[in-house]
Design a protein around this ligand. Structure first.
Ligand code: SF4
Length: 333
């Protein structure tokens, strides 16, 4: 299947200054994203999971070029967009939508819902797209139709963000992200800030919209349970790297990397029963994720890995495909 979005050895390193005799040298390098290759085929959803601080949100922002990478390449819709900026990047960005984690901070409280949802149309020169302002009569036709598509009444257009609940605000954010009819949607932890009771509604909405509109998605979450529901493929990230990537059924049915096994074991509803359950319970890991300023040598997971061997402390395992579409970075295989 042809990839709509593809990353090759993508990196984002931050130089921490303050070293040297005059304090101008590089003191350390923070490797937030450290050589990630992945692909999102058109019309499919890739789930990206990992603990806080593993670099998954930074990776998402690199892919849609909200941040410039420091290494590697991003190809989107047949075009290398790695080095594009400003007007040159705009046509590609027009085909990309972003749903942010915080539905409270992502919406300007001074703007009406109509102005918020219509803003991307104006930025991309579709001044007729929102039609006339509907004000209290409910907003432009295109904006109103999009609000209804995300489960809000068209009359919501004339109201302000503070008048809505967290789940409703996230629906406004989704309407804004989809108003231009993008081919790719980055969903950066879109339900993490929401009550559990409304999370399923947002996930189901995104799943329905994905099927209806044929948009490809990168769905970022730290919860493997949420990702399982919505994804076709899943990539597991640890300390700036993808350590396992597979079709959903393979990843949940036969997780290979000890870190993936530990993540699955930490979600009771996902844990298998019987012998496999006992094996996964042994696989659970403790400790914190090391700092991206001091990534361990060899396999970066070795200080926490219950199956670490001598080789793991010295040799960095490559991500290798062991079954169709199922790749893992681990010396056990
Ligand atoms: Fe564990 Fe070694 Fe595999 Fe890393 S390479 S996950 S330390 S067994």
């Amino acid at each position: 299947m042809t990839a709509l979005l593809q990353a090759e050895a993508l990196s984002k390193h931050y130089e921490m200054r303050g070293g040297g005799p005059f304090g101008l040298g590089v003191r350390a390098v923070l490797r937030a994203v450290d050589g990630v290759s992945l692909a999102v085929p058109a019309g499919t959803t890739l789930g990206l999971v990992g603990e806080s601080g593993c670099g998954k949100s930074t990776l998402g922002r690199l892919l849609v070029r909200l941040h410039p990478p420091t290494g590697g390449r991003v190809n989107f819709d047949g075009q290398d967009i790695t080095g594009l900026h400003g007007a040159a990047l705009k046509p590609a960005r027009r085909k990309m939508g972003v749903v942010f984690q915080d539905p409270f901070g992502a919406l300007d409280p001074r703007m009406t819902v109509e102005a918020i949802v219509r803003e991307p149309l104006l930025i991309h020169g579709e001044r007729s797209g929102g039609e006339r302002s509907g004000g209290e009569r409910g907003g432009g036709e295109r904006v109103g139709a999009m609000l209804e598509r995300v489960g809000l009444p068209a009359s919501a257009a004339s109201r302000y963000p503070h008048e809505f609940s967290g789940g409703q605000r996230q629906r406004i954010g989704i309407a804004r992200a989809l108003i231009l009819g993008p081919r790719f949607l980055l969903c950066d932890e879109p339900v993490s800030a929401l009550d559990v009771s409304v999370q399923a509604g947002i996930v189901n909405l995104l799943q329905d919209l994905q099927a209806e509109l044929g948009v490809a998605m990168l769905f970022i979450a730290h919860d493997l349970g949420v990702v399982r529901h919505i994804s076709d493929h899943v990539a597991v990230m640890y300390l700036g790297r993808v350590v396992e990537q597979a079709p959903k059924a393979a990843l949940y049915g036969r997780p290979m990397h000890p870190y993936t096994q530990a993540l699955i074991a930490s979600v009771p509803a996902l844990s298998p029963v019987g012998r496999a359950e006992r094996r996964l319970r042994r696989a659970r890991v403790g400790g914190d994720v090391p700092s991206a300023l001091a990534i361990p040598a060899g396999c970066r997971f070795h200080p926490r890995c219950p199956q670490a061997m001598a080789v793991c402390r010295e040799v960095d395992p490559a991500l290798v495909e062991h079954a169709p579409g199922h790749a893992v970075a681990c010396h056990l295989y």
